[in-house]
Design a protein around this ligand. Structure first.
Ligand SMILES: NC(=O)C1=CN([C@@H]2O[C@H](COP(=O)(O)OP(=O)(O)OC[C@H]3O[C@@H](n4cnc5c(N)ncnc54)[C@H](OP(=O)(O)O)[C@@H]3O)[C@@H](O)[C@H]2O)[C@H](O)CC1
Ligand SMILES: [K+]
Length: 498
């Protein structure tokens, strides 16, 4: 799904008014009716009073319309207008007539509310133009200290739709965004403050967005479904890719097994594993589907074997459990020199690259999948997660590679400067081996012929979904990496139908 910046959302709004020959008030009515239906499906208990807090722009206008619809639906509704200057929007002024009466505040003073009552936040929407000031600041601080549930219209008031907010904003329990979610819903800086968000269409003109160039995307079910291919009855294992996984070192077999199993579970045809020979029998007992190749990284002379295999495989993943021993460093050096195959580099491969400043040697269109610490070792420290994402995009363009920055909202950056936000996954996935599972999944899709971008999208989304199913069964405290693999089949089957 395309994620639009606030200026683009505004243009979309105007384009719809023009294209559908409606007034901006008609659009506001649509938005209000969509919000009111959504609200009634969540909060059907009409014994709780609803307090609607309206500002002076169109978000406040939505608030007046919604208050009127909820009152008609039988809720007890109180409306407050916070008029801190005289700059009303036209639709706000005309919508004030929708409600029978409201209290007006020119300065904010606290007033009592019953704890069980609900608050609808219609103070400010996407028209925000900087950090909250003056009376709004006092009001929002008071709201955030209340025990009441807050439900925000379109966006929590004060929150910047496009980037982290430099001031304070309403800490919403629920948000209903119009048409599409806002970019800022996916920023780690905001994740503790938006507990539940959703979006509903208000039927903005679809043609506008089809042609619109955007730099940010949300990885959603429809996108993943459109990428995941159906198999033909006549295909065989040779059609599903031959992959090579290089990793493991003395004491580090787990990553090899996890990545191998995850790769096979994502539909890979054949897998060759290059790992120390002392592990071959354990590998076969845990993942009999894999074949063992050269003895790595103990005996680097087997590089010849490695290159032989390299000629036949469709993709290669390197790094997990490799260690940063001298032999591994030499191995990565040789790999960067010799490899021409689509590649995934992770874990120790990335650590070795950062220690030796070999970043510019990473092959074009390779995929790297660092977590925050690996990323900062590669590209330097950043003072916020948002600035890390900006650097991620910049480095993807500069090095011509795909970067998966793993975290609460994993982001994928592509050499064309676009950024994909993932919304599957949970805190339980921050556990040993979770990244190895992702590397195996990436390798699998890459070897099956998906483009690097498609590979990143599929693997990141499905990894998170499998983790969500695992957390549903085991809880996010007990969750271990093997549980993620357990659920790969069902998440793929749910999407692909096969
Ligand atoms: N786009 C759509 O699909 C639809 C959106 N709707 C709703 O409209 C709002 C956006 O409405 P808009 O009128 O553009 O803006 P707001 O309501 O968010 O706010 C404008 C007022 O906010 C003041 N403002 C701005 N920044 C600050 C700040 N940092 N501190 C205090 N006050 C601020 C601004 O005051 P000025 O002093 O700058 O004049 C305005 O008074 C959208 O979110 C939806 O809810 C439509 O209803 C339907 C379609
Ligand atoms: K709001």
């Amino acid at each position: 799904m395309k994620l639009l910046e606030k200026s683009q959302i505004r243009s979309w709004d105007l384009d719809t008014i023009d294209h559908q020959n409606i007034s901006s008030f008609d659009l506001m009515l649509r938005a209000a009716s969509v919000f009111s239906n959504w609200f009634q499906s969540l909060f059907f208990d009409k014994t709780r009073t609803i307090h609607v807090f309206c500002g002076m722009g169109n978000n406040g206008g939505d608030g007046f319309c919604i208050a009127s619809l909820l009152a008609k639906a039988g809720y007890e509704v109180n409306v407050y207008l916070f008029q801190f200057n005289n700059r009303f929007s036209d639709d706000n002024l005309s919508r004030q007539k929708e409600v029978e009466s409201f209290d007006k505040f020119e300065k904010f003073t606290p007033f009592p509310l019953e704890q069980k009552d609900l608050i609808i936040d219609a103070l400010l929407g996407s028209g925000i133009n900087g950090p909250l000031k003056g009376e709004y600041l006092k009001l929002v601080s008071w709201l955030n200290a209340l025990p009441n549930k807050i439900i925000s219209i379109d966006i929590p008031s004060g929150m910047d739709p496009d980037q982290p907010t430099s001031g304070s904003f309403v800490h919403a329990d629920h948000v209903l965004s119009f048409e599409i979610p806002k970019i800022s819903f996916f920023l780690n800086e905001n994740s503790d403050y938006i507990k539940n968000w959703d979006y509903r269409s208000i039927h903005l003109n679809p043609g506008f967005v089809e042609d619109l160039k955007v730099m940010n995307y949300l990885i959603d079910y429809d996108l993943v479904k459109s990428i995941l291919r159906q198999r033909k009855a006549t295909e065989n294992k040779k059609d599903f890719g031959f992959a090579q996984f290089c990793g493991g070192s003395p004491g580090m077999l787990g990553s090899v097994i996890l990545a191998s199993k995850a790769a096979m579970r994502c539909g890979l045809g054949r897998l060759a594993v290059s790992t120390p020979s002392i592990y071959h029998s354990s590998l076969f007992s845990s993942c009999p589907e894999a074949m063992a190749q050269a003895d790595l990284p103990k005996n680097v002379s087997n590089l010849v074997d490695f290159q032989l295999v390299n000629e036949h495989v469709d993709a290669i993943a390197i790094g997990p459990g490799l260690s940063s021993a001298k032999e591994s460093v030499r191995y990565i050096d040789e790999f960067l020199k010799a490899n021409k195959k689509p590649a995934v580099l992770d874990a120790d491969a990335l650590n070795i690259i950062s220690r030796n400043k070999w970043q510019p040697r990473i092959g074009a269109y390779s995929i790297i999948s660092p977590h925050k610490e690996e990323f900062e070792r590669l590209f330097g420290t950043c003072d916020s997660h948002y600035s890390r994402i900006q650097k991620q995009i910049e480095k993807s363009k500069e090095l011509n590679i795909f970067i998966i920055l793993k975290g609460a909202h994993t982001t994928i950056s592509s050499p064309d400067g676009s950024c994909y936000y993932n919304n599957t996954g949970n805190v339980g996935m921050g556990t040993a081996g979770s990244g190895d599972v992702l590397t195996g999944m990436l390798l699998s899709f890459l070897a099956q012929g998906y483009t690097p971008l498609e590979t990143c999208i599929l693997a990141v989304y499905l990894h998170g979904s499998a983790g969500d199913s695992a957390a549903f069964k085991y809880g996010n405290i007990a969750l271990i990496a093997s549980d993620i693999i357990e659920f790969i089949p069902s998440v793929i089957k749910n999407i692909n139908g096969k």
